[in-house]
Design a protein around this ligand. Structure first.
Ligand code: B12
Ligand SMILES: *[C@@H]1O[C@H](CO)[C@@H](O)[C@H](O)[C@H]1NC(C)=O
Ligand SMILES: *[C@@H]1O[C@H](CO)[C@@H](O)[C@H](O)[C@H]1NC(C)=O
Ligand SMILES: *[C@@H]1O[C@H](CO)[C@@H](O)[C@H](O)[C@H]1NC(C)=O
Ligand SMILES: *[C@@H]1O[C@H](CO)[C@@H](O)[C@H](O)[C@H]1NC(C)=O
Length: 139
């Protein structure tokens, strides 16, 4: 009898914990990232911007937020059916097929490792404190 009661109590407790974690303790706040504009084909200074991104928010949203907050960052995209937005130009500098140039998407993680995301700006979810690098380069 006592054992049964104990089992019932502990399962009730378990259900309660599940419910409370689903309700509030799982909500995570925004986190900071930075964005570097790096033209590896011209002798110009890097530009660095900082912003906050919602928990597991997408890079494109952070880029729009930065664009809205300063005149120093402007970008254009076009939309492909399969992969979403393709980054065409940053601050008036556009990639093109003739010169085999494009804006490469890289991200330097908090521990210094640089990764090349296998998705574009519309799908990449930066990690907290990522340094996202938009690098103008050749393919
Ligand atoms: C060639 C190629 C490129 C070339 C395209 C230039 C050119 N004129 O050839 C370059 C080097 C520029 C490139 C860049 C990138 N690519 Co790419 N690319 C390919 C590849 C190998 C073939 C595409 C192709 O020629 N298809 C045949 C033609 C006839 O079809 P198409 O629809 O006209 O192809 C166009 C699109 O695919 C577009 N494109 C190419 N890459 C990407 C990436 C994104 C996000 C978008 C929206 C469009 C796009 O450019 C092609 C030529 O115009 C595919 C993989 C594959 N085997 O399919 C990956 C692929 C499409 N690329 C991919 C990625 C991730 C990128 C980058 C984001 C990588 C990075 N971290 O920088 C960047 C784009 C950054 C940006 N500016 O937005 C992924 C997309 C996956 C996804 N779900 O997002 C793929 C599937 C490879 C993978 N990792 O699995 N890419
Ligand atoms: C610009 O940024 C890139 C990527 O972080 C870095 O490799 C490069 O050294 C920087 N250039 C300058 C002049 O700071
Ligand atoms: C988007 O731009 C890329 C690169 O210039 C080009 O290959 C593609 O055809 C464009 N797509 C659309 C839908 O305009
Ligand atoms: C290709 O590069 C050359 C030299 O930098 C430049 O003059 C030309 O405008 C570029 N082509 C395109 C289509 O932008
Ligand atoms: C850095 O972190 C990434 C992702 O967590 C991991 O894959 C990588 O091995 C780490 N690199 C180093 C040098 O610690």
């Amino acid at each position: 009898m006592a054992l049964r009661l104990l089992a019932l109590l502990s399962s009730l407790l378990f259900v309660f914990e599940l419910a409370s974690s689903a309700c509030n303790s799982d909500i995570k706040g925004p986190y900071p990232i930075s964005l570097v504009v790096y033209n590896s084909l011209a002798d110009v200074k890097n530009l660095t911007f900082k912003t906050e991104i919602a928990y597991r928010g997408i890079l494109l949203g952070a880029m729009k937020k930065i664009q809205a907050s300063t005149d120093e960052f402007k970008f254009t995209i076009n939309e492909t059916l399969d992969y979403g937005p393709y980054l065409l130009s940053v601050n008036g500098v556009a990639g093109n097929d003739e010169n085999q140039t494009y804006w490469e998407l890289l991200s330097e993680l908090q521990n210094g490792t640089i990764i090349m995301p296998d998705v574009g700006v519309g799908c990449y979810i930066p990690n907290p404190h990522d340094k996202v690098i938009l690098k103008f380069t050749k393919w």
